[in-house]
Design a protein around this ligand. Structure first.
Ligand code: DAH
Length: 348
């Protein structure tokens, strides 16, 4: 015979044990074991329910009801706990009312950003990006670009020579390249025309450091070679670049100039970004700012690279990335790019 008081005590003990086990749960994985223990086919509750028919009919209702109430309460508490695990993985350690701590975000250096902006405007025009060595032979940096040893323009490219024996004396001494133009020749030597390339990279000149000079800076070089690329193509390509980089209303002019590796040669100016062409201290009262050099590739350069200068023609250009970044952002001292002062860098 079932004693109702004894049954109640059993159920109370069972409920206490369940409460403790539930408290001790450490993760959702342990929930299943707990469910089997208190609600499974071999659980105390299930055993009692199975034995209900043994009871006198007048007690069955009462006992059955007590067992089912307990079962439902276990069920509900297990479900609630499961939900808590799912929505709050670290429920006990997390105070959602605390203010969050900001994670500082890194960014690219303004020169990298400017370099990428320049490249991204030429790539849709069919240019391919190629890099070359910073440690270069005298021959590539000068001779192959139509700058013979006796030529006075070598002096305008003051150069860091590297004090070690050249592995290929035929190509002259080793130096730190003073411009990216030598890569033109390297690429032409190993590839046939047509070519449409862009060469980004660091260059070096032993200039004393001041607001507009640094012994290391960056250039982007361009070279287009095929059977008919002409000066109009050069103007069209560079005008498209300037208008996309500095804005569609930017005034551009091509001014005759001299470079040994191009003929004819030009420098490209844009209307001063500070005074819009009125004349100010940024543009030296001229209203114009020089942004790049360009021209039709000199036949001697094609010859040095092994191309037939009668069959091919092309144009080249070169620009200083620091200079372009300074004009775009209104920066007046090139040294700011290299001091790694976060107060400066964080503005980009
Ligand atoms: N290499 C020149 C310099 O460093 C820039 C330049 C001018 C590159 C004209 C060119 C060019 O390709 O055609 O000053």
């Amino acid at each position: 015979m079932i004693d109702p008081a004894q049954l109640q005590q059993t159920l109370n003990l069972l409920e206490d044990a369940f409460g403790k086990d539930l408290q001790a749960l450490r993760g959702a994985q342990e929930l299943d074991a707990l469910r089997a223990k208190y609600l499974g086919r071999k659980s105390v509750v299930a055993e009692h329910l199975k034995r209900l028919p043994e009871l006198p009919p007048d007690q069955r209702g009462l006992v059955g009801k007590a067992l089912n109430t307990l079962k439902e309460s276990f069920e509900a508490r297990l479900t609630a706990r499961q939900h808590a695990f799912r929505t709050q993985p670290v429920a006990s350690a997390l105070d959602v009312t605390l203010p969050g701590s900001a994670v500082p975000r890194g960014r690219l250096h303004p020169i990298t950003q400017t370099m990428e902006a320049i490249l991204s405007l030429f790539v849709p025009m069919g240019f391919e990006i190629i890099e070359g060595p910073e440690l270069e032979y005298e021959w590539y940096n000068f001779d192959a670009l139509n700058i013979p040893a006796s030529h006075p323009s070598r002096e305008s490219f003051d150069t860091f020579f590297v004090d070690s024996r050249s592995p290929e004396p035929r190509r002259g001494r080793l130096l730190l390249r003073s411009h990216t133009s030598p890569v033109q020749v390297r690429v032409m030597q190993r590839r046939k025309p047509p070519l449409r390339i862009l060469v980004p990279g660091a260059v070096f000149r032993p200039d004393p450091l001041d607001a507009s000079h640094s012994f290391m800076f960056h250039q982007v070089e361009g070279l287009v070679v095929d059977e008919r690329a002409n000066f109009s193509d050069l103007k069209g390509t560079l005008t498209a670049f300037v208008e996309r980089f500095f804005g569609p209303a930017t005034k551009v002019r091509f001014r005759p100039h001299f470079f040994p590796f191009t003929e004819p040669s030009a420098e490209v100016d844009i209307a001063c970004t500070a005074c819009r062409g009125q004349g100010c201290s940024t543009c030296g009262r001229k209203g114009w700012l020089e942004i790049l050099g360009c021209g039709m590739v000199h036949p001697n350069v094609f010859k040095a690279a092994g191309y037939d200068a009668v069959k091919v023609q092309g144009f080249a250009f070169g620009m200083g990335v620091e200079r372009i970044a300074m004009l775009k952002y209104g920066i007046t001292d090139i040294r700011l790019f290299f001091e790694n002062d976060l107060r400066f860098l964080e503005q980009f």
